[in-house]
Design a protein around this ligand. Structure first.
Ligand code: ARG
Length: 569
């Protein structure tokens, strides 16, 4: 039952009865209905202030006049307080309705099929070839992954795109360096680190000997011209990078549907340039070709360099057109750090100027930086914090804690991985995405704080309660859930579908993360205050059902943000 809607319908007919036609629909009223911050003020509240003008009456009088006319079997009482109508739902009915729905919908509870037939492109992680995956890439990867799951949960078809950074003059330098100083065995063995080393060496050497730069340019030209050796070697560099990062993606449980990156658009930019020309948007500026954006208070968007080479933005334009043609997206999300705010504002503006009204369907989902124990982005005393190392260390630490807390656990390695990785991901997705994050071990792995392990532990606690209780033969007596602690849990479970909708609307997975903490805290309070295995079997059954739906909701919430829920910890 949708309490909010039923109350709204009741209010509309009460208004009708007392004042005649007001033109308000049940939908209008439903969206005005608030949830009071404290249950003492009711479960729902309708503010009468906006009606004051139309009805020419003071809000407290309106509330008073409607009070008697609103009645529904599930309402325990209705009060008029300071211009608000406060609704108190019968506790037992409320618990029954919410928990039955959650139980009936099972693992699907919280989602819906509002996105049916619509496609969402999500560009996330989007790594650069021949660079190690470091802590700075965590947010794009995990926010993108969470959005992918959240949209899918609501029926959308999602296309996860890893827009590889696999184009640019640096790759010419890398090839030159490899030809000069590298060997197949060394790179095979050293992986991305060996490639990075070659690149660094090239930079150092070319400071002494400028002719190296020409060599780099020549190799880049070879890639561009499709020279077989150059292309094969470069493809091999790509493979090495992707194999390396695959280990991290596996640990994180992240997947992509497409790896079409910058180089994929090599043969698709002619169209962009031609179209821009035909639409009179391309102007020459010091030999380069740009789209002037002065009118929109932005620097020009450079499309072609002096030497005719294309840029990051050119490729992103081609990519946007390609994605629209190929996927007919409802939305195209770019999960990229806020440093690229300007790039995306320019990109979307150029698309708009090209006459594509779907430009508004493109959205930059930006986020803040990650630092590590107080040290700035990705570096610590000049060293980069690699994601793989961070995750492995998290697993190791989790393993230590498990060894200490539950030495008899069967699958310790598996649980250590779930808890360690979960702690890192949870930490990353806990705050509003635009906030900068400072990663600290003691904060991420604390079993008592607002952390992944704490929520996972609560899930395991629910599983353990249910295991110990075994089958309960009685039908639940929902009067057994009338206490405030149980009611708070019920209320959170009821809000879960709305939380998911909000997080989609704002592309903000942290709403789900926070929700999981709220639910875990509410359940733990209930757990400490009430005896679940009550002697009254009806009450016991109700409390077990509450426990089971908490378990289910936590598990779903964590899964949506990319975290597993072990049954024992
Ligand atoms: N590879 C880029 C970087 O690391 C991110 C690419 C984001 N996606 C895009 N379509 N521009 O900065």
């Amino acid at each position: 039952m949708d309490f909010r809607m039923s109350i709204a319908e009741d209010i509309v007919s009460a208004l009708q009865q007392v004042y005649g036609e007001t033109g308000l629909s049940a939908g209008d009223v439903a969206s005005a209905i608030e949830i009071p911050p404290d249950t003492a003020m009711g479960d729902y509240a309708f503010p009468c202030f906006r009606l004051a003008k139309t009805l020419r009456k003071a809000p407290p009088m309106i509330a008073e006049s409607l009070k008697e006319a609103v009645s529904a079997p599930f309402l325990a009482k209705v009060e008029a307080v300071k211009g608000y109508l406060n609704f108190y739902i019968d506790r037992a009915v409320y618990a029954r309705e919410v928990l039955s729905r959650a139980q009936k919908e099972g693992e699907r509870y919280g989602g819906d099929d509002s996105g049916k037939g619509k496609t969402i492109c999500i560009d996330y992680s989007s790594i650069n070839i021949a660079k190690r995956f470091h802590i700075g890439h965590l947010s794009t990867t995990m926010i993108g992954n969470a959005l992918y799951k959240l949209y899918s949960f609501c029926g959308y078809r999602c296309v996860g795109i890893n827009h590889l950074g696999d184009w640019g003059t640096q790759f010419g330098k890398m090839l030159a360096a490899y030809k000069l100083w590298g060997s197949r065995e060394e790179v095979e063995k050293g992986g991305v680190d060996a490639l990075v080393k070659l690149y660094v060496k090239f930079d150092q050497e070319s400071e002494k000997d400028e002719s190296l730069l020409d060599l780099g340019r020549a190799w880049f030209k070879k890639i561009e011209d499709g020279d077989q050796e150059a292309l094969e070697t470069f493809e091999w560099f790509k493979r090495i990078t992707l194999d390396d990062v695959a280990k991290v993606y596996d640990l994180l449980g992240v997947k992509f549907d497409s790896y079409a990156g910058e180089s994929f658009y090599n043969d698709k930019m002619g169209r962009v340039v031609d179209e821009l020309k035909a639409k009179n948007l391309l102007v020459e500026s010091q030999g380069a070709y740009v789209v002037d954006l002065e009118e929109y208070n932005m620097p020009p968007c450079i499309i072609l360099k002096k030497d005719g080479a294309t840029l990051y933005a050119t490729r992103d334009l081609a990519a946007a057109l390609y994605r629209m043609d190929t996927y007919h997206f409802e939305k195209c999300l770019y999960v990229v750090a806020y440093q690229q705010d300007l790039h995306f504002r320019q990109l979307f503006k150029v698309l708009e100027l090209m006459g594509y009204d779907w430009a508004r369907k493109c959205e930059h989902v930006s986020f803040g930086m990650v630092s590590y124990e107080g040290a700035t982005l990705a570096t610590r005393k000049g060293h980069v914090v690699y994601l793989e190392d961070l995750l492995n260390k998290a697993i190791e630490k989790a393993r230590g804690i498990i060894e200490e807390k539950s030495p008899n656990l069967e699958n310790k390695d598996e649980v250590a991985r779930q808890v360690g990785v979960g702690a890192v991901v949870f930490f990353d997705l806990y705050n509003n995405r635009i906030k900068d994050i400072d990663f600290w071990w003691d904060r991420a792995l604390n079993f008592d704080g607002e952390t992944g392990p704490y929520v996972q532990y609560t899930h395991a606690r629910c599983c353990s309660v249910l295991r110990k209780a075994g089958e309960c033969p009685s039908q639940p007596n929902f009067e057994g859930l009338a206490d405030p602690e149980a009611q708070n849990v019920v209320r959170l479970i009821e809000q879960f579908p709305d939380i998911i909708q909000d997080s989609l609307e704002r592309n903000e997975p942290s709403l789900v993360t926070r929700f999981s903490v709220d639910l875990a805290q509410a359940y733990n309070k209930f757990y400490y205050e009430r005896r679940i295995l009550d002697d009254d079997m009806g009450v016991r059954a109700a409390r077990l059902l509450l426990t089971d739906m908490t378990r289910q909701t936590i598990k779903t919430a964590l899964a949506l943000i990319g975290i597993e829920s072990p049954e024992k910890m």
